[in-house]
Design a protein around this ligand. Sequence first.
Ligand code: 4NP
Length: 158
Amino acid sequence: MKKARVLFVCLGNICRSPTAHGVFETLAAQQGLAGVIDVDSAGTAAYHVGNPPDSRSISAAAERGYQLDHLRARQATPEDFSEFTHILAMDEENLRNLKAIAPPDYAGHLGLFLDFAQCVEREVPDPYYGGDSGFDHVLDLVENASFGLLLKLQQAPR
Ligand code: 4NP
């Protein structure tokens, strides 16, 4: 398959997108695709730059065997559009913010991550101000979309 460079984007880069980063990277490696898929994550906001993921995201992911504690938040930049073949937002608001900084000639895939999932939801809800179940729901959606994206990348023409 063609090399893919995938960037997951949410608001703070401490809950949803680092979860997607860790889950997708792990599942890609389990499918023997570590050498052909590069993964990163970023936030559209700068509030948490340099911070590790939220401890609730780290714990919920660890329960399912995904390590997130080495990740550090950064802000998405216009240069990301030169680096990544797929830039996937967790919700419509962050997709709008990405479109606002995207070069008009970006030839990669800029869209919602859940477009690759088989579920009725279109957005990964922000779990930051809610309870622990929100973090599990993020993992459910992220795993679902990750399997769909892995399948799509392997089916894509060379
Ligand atoms: P995330 O969640 O976008 O999934 O990382 C949030 C984290 C922090 C804040 C908002 C959302 N915040 O307002 O600080």
